[in-house]
Design a binder for this molecule. Sequence first.
Ligand code: UGA
Length: 433
Amino acid sequence: MGSRVGVVGAGYVGLTSAACLAHLGHHVICVDNDEAKVERLRAGSVSIVEPGLAELVREGLAEERLAFSTDPCALTEAEVVLLCLPTPMGDGGEADLEVLDRALDTLATVLRPDCTLVTKSTVPVGTAARLTEAPGLAGRAVVSNPEFLREGHAVHDFLHPDRILVGAGHGDTEAADRVAGLYAGTGARVVRSDTASAELAKYASNAFLAVKLSFVNTMADLCERVGADITRVTDTMGMDGRIGPDFLAPGPGWGGSCLPKDTHALLRAAEAEGVDFALVRDAVRANERQQAMVVRKIRYAVTGAVDGTLTGTRIGVLGLAFKAGTGDLRDSPAVAVAQQLCRHGVTVVAHDPCVPAGTPGLDPVHVVDDPYLVAKDASALVVLTEWPEFLTLNWQRLEAVAAQPIIVDTRNLLGGTTLGHTGFRVIGIGTGE
Ligand code: UGA
């Protein structure tokens, strides 16, 4: 017999949690204040690109274990309520908790007195303790249960997690058991801790991944200067079990809705406690430099000079999403690079399998649905997202219409025989050419 679960927020984390928990046998009501979104979800329509999610939403609806509402009163029967609300970056880099706090004012009036509240989306350390003290929530346990899923793999990561982290206060063992029990169907290892450690573990994980990537991107720069190959370097590093083979691919910089926001929030939190987290600060700076480095690389490739001018050229961009497998453009280094090129007077024509022409917020980048249009009269093609779809493009056709046969491949995607018998010169990252 499953639990009665409430989920507040039908974004990435909320919708995935709601659909997966329903799949695991719980009765889930997911509340969001966006009426149009709730209407679409009730009809089984999911607008985010996430393999398997729409199917699970439809399964939950059909089996009546999943429902959507805009009315917080729909949560009155819930034994556990997961808070999956956005905590965007505030003006000073800190996490902005306004949406969460506003929602809690409403929830306090509708939740059962014995309901367990769970912080699921990333919240600053100390949030669970603060909520436990909130007068309106008196008596309700607040458990920290951060989500570690990756966009593009959300359903898989939720149902097959590396670990489930449950942080609770001393007197809240029963509430922690209840939360851990939600995941019994996954068979995953449950790690128990206090709330502050759980909250910090999420920031620590994302910041560590960011540091790992900035390390690799800087190492790639060094490789280019000394004539080494980053792929050989990282392959060797990855064979060391203490380092691991994942998250070692260089690129145009790390982005998305989490790593940039969480590194900044961790820096602000550390600063507030008098801790100088120079390592994370440097990782953030190296990431900003990475985008400028890509633009310099394009300039050199196109003009043959470090101070050459790109003004008046056309450049074709392949990929706008922050990584393959998602249409998410939030904090995408690909978008940042494309827009920097525009500021240099370049006409940028871009294609991304998940970003249709007419997508708002991308001006003056010209987005096209046909990948072959990006090459027309282009002085260079630039691969900014590692979409596997790019591997099967007809590169001869692209070469035939390009002004120069140059590819700047910031993802080192186009290896081996991909380009067939074309005359493209491919400039990678950290590969020496
Ligand atoms: C990240 C974390 O990986 C998740 O564990 C976490 O739950 C999530 O944030 C979150 O806090 O919600 P996500 O934002 O989906 O997940 O993206 P990642 O797959 O981590 O990629 C982040 C960035 O690093 C992307 O721009 C990607 O292109 C880049 N990256 C990743 C590389 O440049 N090279 C790599 O080898 C791996």
